[in-house]
Design a binder for this molecule. Structure first.
Ligand SMILES: O=c1ccn([C@H]2C[C@H](O)[C@@H](COP(=O)(O)OP(=O)(O)OP(=O)(O)O)O2)c(=O)[nH]1
Ligand SMILES: [Mg+2]
Length: 157
């Protein structure tokens, strides 16, 4: 896998560095710098004790952890959060408890989200009168239906 250096400032040196649980994982786990409890429906801006310098041409995406989502309904309000390469502030995570009845508690050091690095390009927006034609056209928002997919090779027979 491609690997790039990311300068990182430990604002809270007792906390572990972001951590890839397995060799080929896309996301490095981020931990909470504080204890907190989320009541049903509650959201909270959670500090990570970290500041990073994402390289120019890359973005940091803050994704939820699926285990917390499956077990407790815990997610991230703005998932995936966008960490711009120019951002030098503390990485914060907008956690939310979507469970209708159970509160969920976290202890400082618990892994609450994961940071995925991706290469990005900026668009040069070019106003035009008409856009290039496609088979999809303006169809969207469920236009292709729900039932099993049509035979995608039918047109080749
Ligand atoms: O989950 C997140 C999302 C963003 N940020 C930081 C890094 C990012 O570069 C900055 C701004 O984020 P974004 O552009 O999503 O927020 P905005 O509401 O557009 O604020 P701004 O006007 O500062 O861009 O906040 C985080 O720490 N965590
Ligand atoms: Mg912004």
């Amino acid at each position: 896998m491609k690997s790039i250096p990311v300068p990182l400032q430990q604002l809270d040196p007792q906390l572990p560095l972001p951590y890839y649980a397995h060799a080929d994982d896309a996301g490095a786990d981020l931990v909470t710098a504080e204890d907190f409890t989320l009541a049903p429906g509650q959201r909270r801006m959670v500090p990570t004790g970290l500041a990073v310098a994402i390289p120019s041409g890359w973005v940091g995406l803050v994704h939820p952890r699926s285990g917390l989502a499956a077990r407790h309904g815990i997610s991230i309000v703005n998932a995936p959060g966008t960490v711009d390469s120019g951002y030098r502030g503390e990485l914060k995570i907008l956690m939310i408890n979507t469970d209708p009845s159970e509160s969920v508690s976290f202890t400082r050091g618990d892994r609450i989200a994961q940071l995925v690095l991706q290469e990005v390009a900026q668009a040069q927006f070019i106003p035009v009168d008409t856009l290039p034609e496609t088979s999809r056209g303006v169809g969207g928002f469920g236009s292709s239906g729900l039932s099993s997919a049509p035979d995608q090779y039918a047109h080749q027979r």
